[in-house]
Ligand binder design. Structure first.
Ligand code: PSU
Ligand code: MN
Length: 310
């Protein structure tokens, strides 16, 4: 545990606490994907499956959410079920996490907030779907996800399938470079675009095994370099929606969001649900597949870090 103060606010599930205490492998999982990223009941089914994938790959899952102001590190099956249909759940990033805790609210953690909570609990690896990034039209809106700055400051490795192509991907990568975040392609030279295995962009760095990534994280920590590492893991080929096919859907969804004046925190959830309609549900099937794929890699990485076999 990072601070004793933090323990006042954290409820760490017994299995997670025991595993961390023994230096074992734990993978943090976010909850915004459950409350704001997928429809019910696929959200709960996916959350369960993702936890099972983490276990099958040698680590203990810790899904993170705020319930009545308590920071939960690891949810019970009942809590997970409840979260799947709960109302009045805030979408929490760095800016509003302490508000939700102080006022006893419920909250789902985004990538940024999940990193903060994972770090407080002593978890070094976190699997998600896609990170937030620089939005298209940033010149007008200044909409840059707090996920990017969190990656620059909090030492948690985030395994994602790249960033959603609803974002401005070149500027997202540029921003990460400026802020000193290592962006590593897993067995790829191209930055993946969430539903699609590749974008047109090269990925800055490349590693081909969980052990090599564990070595990078260990070395970065040993050198006293703070901040996280972003690992970009392409969706499996069988589940992808190729870039050319996705582009038209994305352009329509982004235009619709703009026409309706959707802004701020609502943008990402709106685009995800609109794309679900436009693709006849295919975008969701891909989303589920890529999250599971990321959970497997995250567990392998956490296990390697725990064994120090690099
Ligand atoms: N990836 C998904 N579904 C999601 C998100 C990412 O597949 O719902 C969420 C993550 O929690 C991410 C957030 O942190 O969207 C980014 O939101 P914003 O752009 O408002 O920062
Ligand atoms: Mn935003």
């Amino acid at each position: 545990m990072k601070h004793d103060i933090a323990s006042r606010f954290l409820d760490i599930a017994p299995e997670v606490r025991d595993t961390l205490g023994q230096g074992g492998a734990v993978v943090a999982l976010e909850s915004t994907i459950i409350t704001h990223g997928m429809p019910h009941p696929q959200n709960v089914a996916t959350a369960r499956e993702v936890e099972a994938v983490v276990r099958a790959n040698g680590a203990v899952p810790a899904t993170i959410a705020i319930i009545e102001g308590r920071i939960k590190i690891g949810l019970s099956p009942e809590e997970l079920d409840w979260l799947g249909t709960a109302r009045d759940v805030m979408k929490l990033s760095r800016a509003d996490l302490p508000y939700a805790v102080a006022s006893g609210r419920h909250g789902a953690t985004t990538v940024a907030a999940t990193m903060i909570c994972a770090h407080l609990a002593g978890i070094r690896v976190f699997a998600t779907g896609g990170i937030g990034g620089v939005h298209q039209g940033v010149e007008e809106t200044l909409d840059i996800s707090a996920d990017l700055d969190e990656l620059a400051r909090t030492p948690v490795a985030v395994i994602c399938a790249g960033a959603k192509a609803i974002l401005d991907l070149p500027r997202t990568l540029e921003y990460l470079e400026t802020r000193g975040v290592p962006v590593v392609g897993y067995r790829t030279d191209r930055f993946p675009a969430f539903w699609s295995r590749t974008s047109d962009l090269p990925v800055p760095l490349r590693l081909d095994s969980p052990e090599a990534m564990a070595s990078l994280i260990y070395t970065k920590e040993s050198l006293g370099l703070d901040g996280g590492v972003l690992i970009a893991n392409p969706v499996p080929e069988a589940d992808e929606i190729p870039q050319e096919e996705m582009r038209g859907f994305i352009d329509r969804a982004v235009a619709e969001a703009k026409a309706r004046g959707v802004a701020g925190k609502a943008v990402t959830p709106f685009l995800l649900s609109h794309l679900y309609e436009l693709t006849g549900g295919r975008s969701l099937a891909t989303n589920i597949a890529l999250v599971k794929n990321n959970a497997a890699l995250a567990a392998q990485l956490a296990a390697s870090l725990a064994r120090q076999d690099f």
